[in-house]
Design a protein around this ligand. Structure first.
Ligand code: FES
Length: 141
């Protein structure tokens, strides 16, 4: 490969880098307490500290949980909580915007937990959610 071709190819790679970094940097991870049988996430957690706008999702975790839970916010009163455990062989999923991907064999799930691409063939585990004035409670049992 000639020097000029190399520089052009590296330049093209650099153009794609911000999109990759944004998807990683855009995920907010939150240590959430467990109260009774529920994981509690404050509604304030869904506010982007930089611009004050609502976030599409956050990833909540607690040391007592084997896998984190991705919580999507569809509106002020509509949320979906998904266990980030691949239903194929149990690998922890990664979240990229409106989809969750499995790094092991490539399964993909939608933001409602439906299988988009296999080899997984079962939807993600979801949880009942109660929306309170200041928080949401994700019932773990
Ligand atoms: S464990 Fe996720 S696709 Fe196999």
């Amino acid at each position: 490969m000639k020097r000029k071709e190399f520089i052009v190819k590296c330049g093209l790679c650099m153009i794609g880098m911000p999109a990759l970094l944004t998807s990683c940097a855009g995920t907010k991870y939150l240590a959430a307490p467990i109260e009774g049988d529920s994981l509690v996430v404050t509604l304030q957690s869904f506010i982007n500290e930089k611009d004050g706008k609502p976030l599409k999702y956050i990833v909540a975790h607690n040391d007592k949980l084997e896998y984190p839970i991705c919580v999507y916010r569809f509106s002020e009163n509509e949320y979906k909580a998904l266990l980030m455990k691949c239903t194929h062989q149990g690998t922890e999923l990664q979240v990229f915007g409106d989809r969750l991907q499995c790094p092991a064999h490539g399964s993909e799930f939608t933001n409602t937990g439906a299988v988009q691409n296999g080899p997984a063939d079962t939807p993600l585990r979801t949880f009942n959610i109660s929306v309170l004035p200041e928080s949401i409670k994700i019932k773990l049992s």
